[in-house]
Design a protein around this ligand. Structure first.
Ligand SMILES: NC(=O)c1ccc[n+]([C@@H]2O[C@H](COP(=O)([O-])OP(=O)(O)OC[C@H]3O[C@@H](n4cnc5c(N)ncnc54)[C@H](O)[C@@H]3O)[C@@H](O)[C@H]2O)c1
Length: 355
């Protein structure tokens, strides 16, 4: 059933979080003023207030929202806390709470920025891929897990239903894009990967239009830097997806450009790929584009506002193509200047009549 709430949960987060979220909030007021914003504490802010990175007070506020828009959490002062009190435990808890089992990370290279990649521009120019990462299962959650000081272990476990549902999400994305899906595993070594591969093949029968291929994770890591344009949609497990999606993000020149969505439950979670960047906090150096493109994904996938999402995507592309950039991309503009430039273009699009 469609989520009809007119509330959006906003997690301002730590470090540069409030600075970049401020630019996204201005766009929400411009493009979807009918939505009410509910502030929710997670990570550092929640630890300071409640001594808990994801307290029941925050959980209660999330029951009645259309989507969650989050910046990033974490700061050095929390690094030495016990694991259950750390900010990232709050984020893992939030994803579980929302039933967000599918992490969607697009990686695309704006032609104007192809020279900024650490790879040659002819290799990256035109890259447009999506990594669909399983997010709530696999080795990060498998039991038993222990470390007694002389021996440690974690367990990589997947149930068939967990693989089926992430495969379906990936096939659906492939259907809306280039109709090519590459499933990444390590089925030559791992039993859990063998089940992964068998299950993805079974799910593929319902999507005859999608061309399915399989790749071992070590080869995928290599192919992503050798010839990234060969990929359309990649689907993989939690651990492999964590690594490959960070690798894919680096093709694009700056982590400050990349949005993500975590889907699967009734309420979607949208956040930049990057962290809270405490090293540049309060200096106006943060690139707000990943945050703003996360908002665009929220409009598209949770609020059914495709037109507004396209207005944002177009505004961002125009701003970077004009060479108006933050320092992470070699420019001199600050966070607010980029946010305002995008805002002004969105405002113009709204005012321009469509014939
Ligand atoms: N999803 C999340 O909330 C999330 C993800 C990763 C890391 N973290 C947390 O963030 C904190 C910092 O982690 P980190 O330094 O490993 O990763 P990070 O992504 O915060 O920063 C890595 C580098 O990228 C730069 N950077 C990141 N975002 C940027 C932006 N928007 N504009 C310009 N430059 C940007 C930073 O200045 C830094 O040099 C830690 O506490 C970590 O636990 C949170």
């Amino acid at each position: 059933m469609k989520n009809l709430s007119k509330k959006i949960a906003i997690i301002e987060g730590d470090g540069i979080g409030p600075e970049i979220m401020s630019e996204a909030k201005k766009l929400i007021q411009l493009l979807i003023p009918e939505y009410e914003l509910i502030s929710v504490d997670l990570g550092g802010k929640a630890i300071d207030k409640y001594n808990n990175p994801f307290p029941v007070e925050s959980q209660g506020k999330l029951k009645d929202v259309a989507a969650v828009l989050m910046s990033a959490i974490g700061a050095p002062q929390y690094d030495n806390l016990a694991r259950e009190l750390r900010p990232e435990t709050g984020l893992l808890g939030l994803r579980k709470f929302l039933g967000a089992f599918a992490n969607i990370r697009p990686a695309f290279v704006y032609p104007a920025l192809a020279d900024l990649s650490s790879l040659k521009s002819e290799i990256v120019s035109g890259v447009d891929l999506v990594v669909v990462r399983e997010l709530t299962g696999g080795i990060y959650f498998g039991k038993p897990a222990m470390n007694d000081g002389t021996r440690a272990l974690n367990t990589m476990v997947y149930e068939k239903y967990e693989i089926e549902r992430i495969a379906k999400v990936a096939f659906e994305f492939a259907m809306k894009r280039g109709k090519r899906l590459c499933s990444v595993d390590k089925s030559n070594v791992l039993d859990v990967s063998q089940l992964w591969r068998d299950t993805v093949i079974k799910v593929s029968k319902a999507y005859p239009e999608v061309e399915l291929s399989h790749m071992y994770v070590d080869n995928a890591a290599m192919q992503l830097v050798r010839n990234p344009k060969q990929f359309d949609v990649i689907v993989t497990s939690n651990l492999f997806g964590d690594i490959l999606s960070d690798e894919a993000s680096m093709l694009t020149g700056s982590i400050g450009l990349l949005p993500s969505a975590s889907l699967g439950g009734e309420i979607g979670l949208y956040e930049p790929v990057h962290g809270s960047a405490p090293d540049i906090m309060g200096k106006g150096l943060a690139n707000p584009i990943a945050m703003i493109l996360s908002l665009s994904m929220m409009l598209r996938y949770s609020l059914d506002k495709e037109k507004e999402a396209q207005i944002i995507d177009k505004a961002v592309e125009e701003v970077v193509t004009e060479g108006f950039l933050t320092p992470d991309l070699g420019g001199k503009a600050n966070t607010t200047e980029i946010g305002s430039a995008i805002y002004n273009k969105c405002e113009q699009s709204l005012l321009t009549p469509v014939y």
